[in-house]
Design a protein around this ligand. Structure first.
Ligand SMILES: Nc1ncnc2c1ncn2[C@@H]1O[C@H](COP(=O)(O)OP(=O)(O)OP(=O)(O)O)[C@@H](O)[C@H]1O
Ligand SMILES: O=P(O)(O)OC[C@H]1O[C@H](OP(=O)(O)OP(=O)(O)O)[C@H](O)[C@@H]1O
Ligand SMILES: O=C(O)c1cccnc1
Length: 481
């Protein structure tokens, strides 16, 4: 089985719509779609955009080859042979704009905008949302953990519990963007250049006649990388004392014990006791690693209890986004070509939150020039861009609470959507992963801590320009009237 070609990693309804467009001759009409989410995950104050690298690789490799065509030919829809011939020629020829990976992003703002033949724009919806939703979710979960563990090292340990292999490696990458330091997944390390890190398992200890012997053998084999798991039998009576013995032996060979790992029990109590024992024996530089179903709440709680933990190994809760396993990103048509002209469109819903925002929108981050801090995000139509680019005073009003408007002056407006593909050509140089990671870190510095705290953060505002709101009202009246 060859599962490398992702072209059919789409919902059947996309193929059926493509077929219908092909049949009625509208496949080449232009469509503009925007991908955004409506609600922040985990009650967080921001999300961290991730997924662009995979989206780019996916779009570049789109190809209906023999296997794909053969499978389509077998379908009960009995697609016309000429349609299958058309698919053989398929190539992405449109424009795509996206946020940079690591950008702090907020509800309702487009993270990706696709301007393409409807034939192409429709095909890529499913895979794009799949990549963007998962990776953004995991990067956001990782950012919450990073938020509470600012001074410690963070290791991603989740592969065994991840929702399969792709989630493990792309998830590991997302955690690295958000500030994790290393992953235990070797393939993620190899594919993306993420530092890899590992201790040893209980089985290593169980597989020897004694814990001391197990530690000794391990230290023999890897004298420069000895982090010993001390909780197999009894952490304080056996594990830590045995680790100290090994540390002394290593010392005689001119080596240092790197650390110990605690993986059960009261991590606050055990880490404090283990710290004193190591310190008293002279191993003040030995690090204490903790793992065991950790998440941002437990880490914060352990820190509040004065736990002496230098390194957190976080697996299941992180890689599965345990408390909210999906991000509800959507991909909505905002404009379509009609008689050769792009016209804004709307999707109406009984649920006001689900009414789409029409028109091709640009997104700006409005940054106060004096403080360097982000004030709000602002979305406008292309014809309104000049005003904001020039930094002319703008009045930002909340459509639901118009009295809550603010006048912003002396600001810089940073365009958040970057051109990625231009007429099918890749025009964006994908940053190195470390650049995305430091870009994210830098971004955090432009937000007030009130927006970043993990519990009940102050809402960072995203405003629509007056023209977008007027357009929305006009279209609502048109379709409801
Ligand atoms: N001091 C603490 N305060 C709050 N939570 C803690 C503290 N110490 C550990 N925890 C967390 O409590 C949960 C349960 O820990 P416990 O040691 O009972 O786990 P366990 O799964 O029973 O252990 P084992 O891995 O041996 O089965 C884990 O998520 C752990 O991270
Ligand atoms: O707890 P997580 O955050 O997922 O971190 C990874 C866990 O994976 C390992 O346990 P293992 O899978 O061997 O099983 P265990 O739950 O019995 O420790 C390790 O000892 C950690 O406890
Ligand atoms: O290296 C470790 O200690 C590790 C890696 C994966 C899962 N649990 C622990």
């Amino acid at each position: 089985m060859n599962d490398a070609n992702l072209t059919l990693h789409t919902d059947k309804y996309q193929i059926n719509m493509m077929y219908a467009h092909w049949k009625r001759g509208s496949m080449n009409e232009k469509a503009v779609f925007e991908a955004y989410f409506r609600k922040l995950p985990f009650g967080n104050g921001f999300a961290v955009f991730a997924g662009l690298e995979r989206i780019v690789a996916y779009i570049r490799s789109l190809a209906f080859n023999d296997e794909e065509i053969e499978y389509l030919r077998m379908q009960e829809e009995k697609y016309d042979e000429d349609f299958l011939l058309e698919l053989r020629k398929f190539k992405f020829t449109g424009n795509l704009f996206a946020m940079r990976e690591g950008t702090l992003v907020f509800p309702n703002e487009p993270l990706v905008r696709v301007e393409a033949r409807v034939f192409e724009a429709q095909l890529i919806e499913t895979a794009m949302l799949n990549f963007m939703n998962y990776q953004t979710l995991i990067a956001t979960k990782a950012a919450r953990i990073k938020q509470v563990a600012t001074n410690e090292r963070l290791l991603e340990f989740g592969t065994r519990r991840a929702q399969e292999a792709d989630a493990a490696v792309w998830g590991a990458r997302a955690t690295y963007i958000a500030g994790f330091h290393a992953t235990s997944n070797m393939r993620a390390g190899m594919l993306f250049g993420i530092p890899s890190s590992g201790t040893h398992a209980h089985s290593w200890v169980q597989g020897h006649d004694s814990e001391e012997e197990a530690f000794k053998e391990y230290a023999e084999a890897l004298p420069d990388h000895v982090t010993l798991l001390v909780d197999t039998y009894d952490t304080l009576r056996s594990g830590v004392p045995n680790a100290i013995k090994i540390a002394k032996e290593l010392e005689q060979r001119g080596k240092r014990l790197k650390g110990i790992r605690l993986d059960s029990g009261d991590l606050a109590y055990l880490s404090k006791r283990a710290r004193s024992m190591l310190d008293e024996a002279g191993f003040t530089d030995a690090l204490i690693v903790a793992s065991n179903d950790l998440d941002e709440d437990i880490i914060a709680e352990l820190k509040a209890q004065g736990a002496r933990i230098d390194v957190w190994g976080v697996g299941t809760q992180l890689i599965t986004a345990f408390d909210q396993p999906s991000l509800g990103g959507v991909y909505k048509l905002v404009a379509r070509e009609k008689n050769g002209i792009l016209e804004p469109v709307i999707k109406i819903s009984g649920n006001p939150e689900k009414i789409s925002n029409p028109g091709v929108k640009e997104v700006y981050r409005v940054v106060n020039r004096q403080t360097g801090m982000a004030v709000a995000d602002y979305m406008c139509l292309p014809e309104e861009e000049e005003e904001i680019r020039k930094g002319q005073p703008i009045k930002l009003s909340d459509p639901l609470h118009p009295h809550r408007s603010i006048l912003v002056e002396n600001y810089e407006a940073i365009a958040l959507l970057q051109p990625i593909f231009d007429k099918g050509e890749l025009v964006y140089e994908l940053p190195k992963l470390d650049e995305a990671r430091s870009f994210h870190q830098d971004q955090l510095g432009h937000f007030w801590p009130e927006h970043l705290r993990k519990l009940n953060p102050e809402m960072y505002r995203v405003y629509f320009s007056r023209s977008i709101l007027e357009l929305k009202t006009e279209l609502l009246n048109k379709y409801q009237g």
